[in-house]
Design a protein around this ligand. Structure first.
Ligand SMILES: Nc1ncnc2c1ncn2[C@@H]1O[C@H](COP(=O)(O)OP(=O)(O)OP(=O)(O)O)[C@@H](O)[C@H]1O
Length: 445
């Protein structure tokens, strides 16, 4: 639908865009990303013919863009520029009606039924009907944004160019607008080309993304390809992490505030308390946790880790609880392992008959989600190895917790052969040996 080939140009003698080439297909939602001043708006201005280009070619529906008259182009393409505070004193309805200009055959063209039905439909769609008689000057930034979008949609274009369309919109209107645009591309096979500052909205809604920097294309591809963690860190010169979105298979880019990255050892044995009735680890900060437990299983941010005979803290969303169904004495072993730049506290808890064997790991370090799961798998494997020779009852109830401060040294893996995996192996092996020795000593007393 749109082909841009070797496009270069800018403002008078200032060359901004350098050799830009890409195509956008019919029905595609295509996002343009890049840091401030990278040339995103300049690119949209050239495609919408607001700004002449120096070299290259822009083809719309297989014809060079300069071959279209203004009216012909306005039927094919509509533009929603960055909304500014400067507006004419028109009413909302008058502003939206201006979008029908391209469809009027002559200067004296009368307002047709078709014109009216398009304006009505678009005003409902963008939820601006309620204030159609209000002056544009009396609207908020978000309301104006929706009016200009309505004006662009009344043109009934095949291609819609948008410059930061969600800029002034609250959460619900951002979602409403983008859901609507997505439906528009899918159902009517229209094409949307839109500039985004919000990488996550771009990831969620766009089929493909183009990343610009200093007027050059850095990368074009699916959100998964373009939102590459090291690349985005380098281009935006900031600390950002890539995580999977919790609901849809799209990347989610997360900003890491500087204070959260301070490196200090926070967790140690002083946060552990032990009694005949319960074992409690109470962290001073929320820990990124993956757990298998009686309550609180799964992935989340937790602060309290509890093994109890009687009490229940099931309703506390910050807690993980492992219930014990008998009155036997607890046997606990806890030990800290300090390595270069990080440490792990191991807590192992069982009873004499080994009816349960709980393994907790508290890591002073940054462990990515996949490594947390690997740490859990490694812990499970080592625990099974140490318990293999023991004669356990048929019904056992073991829990595992791997929790990390997410500060300091970064671990990308915790497979058994990795640095973290090896310490997990050592910690559980040595801790269980000590635990079994103390249980042996207790029995022979
Ligand atoms: N009218 C103009 N005259 C001269 N230079 C301009 C003009 N408009 C923009 N520029 C320059 O062109 C470069 C690209 O600007 P552009 O607005 O395309 O960037 P952008 O990626 O859209 O930035 P932002 O994210 O801040 O909106 C910038 O260096 C800017 O200063």
């Amino acid at each position: 639908m749109l082909q841009v080939k070797n496009l270069s140009g800018g403002y008078s003698d200032k060359n901004i865009l350098k050799n830009i080439t890409f195509t956008v297909d019919r029905g595609e939602m295509f996002g343009i990303l890049g840091p401030n001043g990278s040339g995103k708006s300049t690119l949209l201005k050239m495609i919408s013919r607001l700004l002449p280009f120096k070299d290259g070619e822009i083809m719309v529906a297989n014809h060079p863009i300069q071959n279209y008259s203004s009216k012909e182009l306005a039927k094919l393409m509509a533009v929603l520029p960055q909304v500014t505070s400067e507006v004419f004193p028109f009413t909302v309805r008058e502003t939206v009606e201006l979008g029908r200009y391209a469809h009027q055959r002559s200067l004296f063209h009368s307002w047709s039924q078709k014109d009216e039905s398009v304006v009505q439909e678009v005003m409902s769609l963008t939820k601006i009907k309620a204030f159609q008689d209000v002056s544009l000057q009396d609207l908020s930034g978000g309301e104006r944004q929706r009016v200009f979008l309505a004006q662009a949609l009344t043109q009934e274009p095949d291609i819609l160019l948008l410059d930061e369309p969600t800029n002034h919109l609250d959460l619900s209107h951002q979602k409403g607008l983008l859901d609507q645009l997505k439906r528009w591309t899918r159902q009517r096979r229209h094409t949307v080309l839109t500039v985004f500052h919000d990488l996550n909205l771009a990831s969620l809604y766009c089929d493909r993304l183009l990343l610009l920097d200093e007027g050059k294309i850095i990368c074009i591809g699916s959100p998964e390809e373009v939102l590459n963690e090291p690349l985005i860190r380098r281009i935006y010169k900031t600390m950002i992490e890539k995580h999977p979105h919790p609901q849809v298979p799209k990347p989610n880019m997360v900003i890491i505030p500087e204070t959260e990255r301070d490196h200090q050892m926070i967790l140690d044995g002083s946060h552990l308390s032990n009694s005949d009735e319960a074992v409690l680890f109470h962290s001073p900060i929320p820990l990124k946790t993956v757990a298998s437990a009686s309550s609180g299983s799964g992935m989340g941010w937790k602060e309290k880790f509890f093994i109890s005979k009687n009490s229940s803290i099931e309703t506390d969303p910050k807690a993980i609880e492992m219930k014990v169904q008998n009155d036997d004495q607890f046997y606990t072993n806890s030990r800290e392992y300090h390595e270069d730049g990080f440490s792990i506290l191991f807590v192992l808890v069982t009873n004499l008959r080994l009816q349960f064997f709980h393994t907790w790991l508290f890591i002073n370090g940054r462990v990515c989600e996949s490594a947390l799961i690997e740490a859990m798998a490694t812990s499970l494997e080592v625990k099974e190895t140490v318990l293999r020779e023991k004669h356990r009852p048929n019904e056992t109830d073991d829990g595992i917790v791997v929790a990390a401060t997410q500060k300091g040294i970064h671990f990308a893996t915790a497979r058994p052969t990795s640095k973290l995996g090896k310490i997990i192996r050592r910690g559980i092996m040595e801790g269980s040996a000590k635990l079994f020795n103390s249980m042996q000593a207790g029995m022979s007393k």
